[in-house]
Design a protein around this ligand. Structure first.
Ligand SMILES: NC(=O)c1ccc[n+]([C@@H]2O[C@H](COP(=O)([O-])OP(=O)(O)OC[C@H]3O[C@@H](n4cnc5c(N)ncnc54)[C@H](O)[C@@H]3O)[C@@H](O)[C@H]2O)c1
Length: 446
C-alpha cells in the first residue's frame, strides 16, 4: 500500500463509539481499524475524512498493523502521544477516563494525595476526567489471589486514556509475581515501548554536585520498555546444585530498537532539544548492542538538525555526575535505562522527585513516579508526593493539556523553594501536608 493511498478519504461504514469498526477506503480496500476515538466522532456521520498524517500519527490505529507497510509502520512508531487526536478528544464532550492504581506501600499514600490534586486541577482548568480506582496490589493478592484480572485489563484497554500507578512491591510477597503481572501486564500488554524519564533538577538546593546548578541537570531519558532482559526469557539448569546454570536472555528486535530511538528523536524535535545520545555496551555485547549501533546511525541520519552521539553506559554514568550539562535526550535499553535513571534521580533530589511516562503508539498511557513502594517508610506519612505531582503533569500533557505540566512543575518548585516538602528534600512536612500545600497552590492559580 503506497502512502498516497493514505491520503484518500475513508468512508465510514459502521461506527461504534468504542471498539473495532470496519472502514473501507473510498478506493475500495477494506480494513479493520481500532478506533476508540472517544467523543471525537461525536455523531454517526456517514463519511469521515482522514489525512495521511492522522493515519500515521495515531488518529486511527491498526489492529495488527498488517495494513501498514514497513515504512508506514516506522512512521507510526514515532508517535509519542496521540497528541493531536488526544487534544481533540480532550476538548470534546466526553470525559477522559483515568484508572488509578495505588498499589502497595507508599504507592497508596502518594496516590491518595495525587487523586485529590488531579481532581482539583482538573476542576480548576475545566478538564473533564472520570477517575476509577482499581484495588490491585499485594493486599488484594493476599486476600483473594487476584493479580491483574482480565476485566480490569479490558476496561483499561477499551475505556481508559491513561493509568496512574503508585508503586508495587511488598515484602510479604517476596517473589513479586503479582507485581510483575500488573506492571508488565500494563507495559507489555499495552505495548508502551517508551519509558520517558525526565532527569531534571528543579531547584539549586537539590543539586548534590559541587559547583553545579539545577539548570545543569536537564535531561530526558528514553528507556526501551518492552524488550531487553525484562522479557523473562531464560531459566535455570540444575538449580540449587553446585553445577547450577542460570540464564536471562537479552532480547532486542530491530522494530523495538528503532521505534524507541525514533521516539527519542521525535521528542527532541518537538521539544526544542538539540542532542540525542544513545547509550549501550556494544563493546561487550556486540550482537544485541550492535543492532542498537546500526539502528541508531540509520535513524539519526534522518534527523540532521539533531546532533547524535554514542556513549558506552559506563562512560555515561561518569558523565552524569561530572558534566550532566552535556546531556540532553538520552535513549537506551530497558536495563540501562532503569539503572541510569535512578542515578539521575540522585541529581534531582532523590526518588521522591522523579516522574515517568510509559507510552507507545496506542491510545492508553501509563504514568508512574519512578520510586517503588518504599517499605521502610510506608504507613508513616513520610513519602514525598512531589514525584506524583510531576507525574500527573506529564499525564495531563499527554492527554492534551500542556499547560498542566508547566503549572504543576512550577508548584513543585515552589514547594521546594518554600520548604513545604518532606524530609528527603529538606522540609519537615508529612505526605498529606505537602498535598495540602499543593492543593492550596492549585486553588490559587490564576
Ligand atoms: N515501579 C514500581 O512499582 C517499583 C519501582 C521500584 C521498586 N519497586 C519495588 O518497591 C519495593 C522497594 O524497593 P526499593 O526499596 O528498592 O526502592 P524504593 O524506590 O521503594 O525505595 C528506595 C529508597 O528511596 C526512598 N524513597 C522512595 N520513594 C520515596 C518517596 N516518594 N519519598 C521519600 N523517600 C522515598 C525509600 O524510603 C528507600 O529508602 C520493592 O518491592 C521493589 O521491587 C517497585
Amino acid at each position: 500500500m503506497s502512502s498516497d493511498v493514505l491520503e484518500r478519504s475513508v468512508e465510514y461504514q459502521g461506527f461504534e463509539r468504542r471498539g473495532v469498526i470496519a472502514f473501507s477506503w473510498s478506493g475500495g480496500i477494506p480494513m479493520d481499524v481500532d478506533l476508540d476515538a472517544g467523543a471525537y466522532f461525536s455523531a454517526n456521520s456517514a463519511v469521515y475524512s482522514v489525512t495521511a498524517d492522522e493515519m500515521i500519527n495515531g488518529e486511527i490505529l491498526p489492529l495488527a498493523g498488517s495494513w501498514l507497510d514497513a515504512g508506514q509502520e516506522r512512521a507510526r512508531a514515532t508517535t509519542l502521544r496521540p497528541p493531536e487526536s488526544q487534544q481533540k478528544r480532550g476538548m470534546a464532550v466526553s470525559a477522559q477516563k483515568i484508572a488509578i492504581i495505588g498499589g502497595d506501600g507508599i504507592g497508596k499514600e502518594v496516590m491518595a494525595v495525587g487523586r485529590k490534586i488531579l481532581d482539583a486541577y482538573a476542576q480548576k482548568r475545566g478538564i473533564a476526567i472520570e477517575v476509577v480506582e482499581l484495588d490491585l496490589g499485594a493486599d488484594r493478592f493476599l486476600r483473594d489471589g487476584t493479580t491483574f484480572p482480565a476485566e480490569d485489563q479490558k476496561m483499561i484497554r477499551e475505556e481508559c486514556s491513561a493509568v496512574l500507578l503508585g508503586a508495587l512491591g511488598d515484602p510479604r510477597v517476596p517473589d513479586l509475581g503479582y507485581a510483575r503481572d500488573i506492571l508488565f501486564g500494563l507495559r507489555f500488554g499495552l505495548d508502551l515501548f517508551s519509558n520517558i524519564r525526565p532527569v531534571i533538577c528543579l531547584h539549586d538546593r537539590l543539586m548534590p554536585l559541587t559547583g553545579k546548578k539545577a539548570s545543569d541537570c536537564n535531561t530526558v531519558v528514553f528507556r526501551e520498555n518492552t524488550e531487553g532482559v525484562y522479557v523473562g526469557i531464560g531459566g535455570n539448569f540444575k538449580k540449587g546444585t553446585p553445577d547450577e546454570v542460570a540464564i536471562n536472555e537479552d532480547l532486542n528486535t530491530r522494530k523495538g530498537v528503532e521505534r524507541v530511538i525514533r521516539a527519542a528523536f521525535e521528542y527532541a524535535v518537538s521539544h526544542g532539544r538539540k542532542r540525542v545520545l544513545m547509550s549501550d555496551k556494544s563493546n561487550a555485547m556486540q550482537y544485541a548492542h550492535g543492532l542498537w549501533q546500526r539502528t541508531f546511525k540509520e535513524v539519526a541520519a534522518e534527523y540532521p538538525a539533531i546532533e547524535s552521539k554514542h556513549m558506552y553506559v559506563d562512560a555515561l554514568c561518569l558523565q552524569m555526575i561530572r558534566t550532566p550539562e552535556m546531556l540532553d535526550v538520552v535513549v537506551t535499553n530497558n536495563l540501562f535505562g532503569d539503572i541510569v535513571t535512578d542515578l539521575g534521580a540522585g541529581l534531582q533530589g532523590g526518588l521522591g522527585m522523579a516522574a515517568s511516562a510509559n507510552v507507545g503508539a496506542g491510545k492508553v498511557g501509563l504514568f508512574e513516579p519512578v520510586h517503588g513502594s518504599a517499605p521502610d517508610i510506608a504507613g508513616k506519612d513520610k513519602a514525598n508526593p512531589l514525584a506524583t505531582v510531576l507525574t500527573i503533569g506529564m499525564m495531563l500533557d499527554w492527554l492534551g493539556h500542556p499547560k498542566a505540566e508547566q503549572e504543576l512543575t512550577d508548584i513543585v518548585r515552589a514547594a521546594i523553594d518554600q520548604k513545604q516538602c518532606t524530609v528527603d528534600v529538606g522540609g519537615t512536612l508529612g505526605t498529606k501536608a505537602v498535598g495540602e500545600f499543593v492543593l492550596g497552590q492549585v486553588a490559587a492559580l490564576a
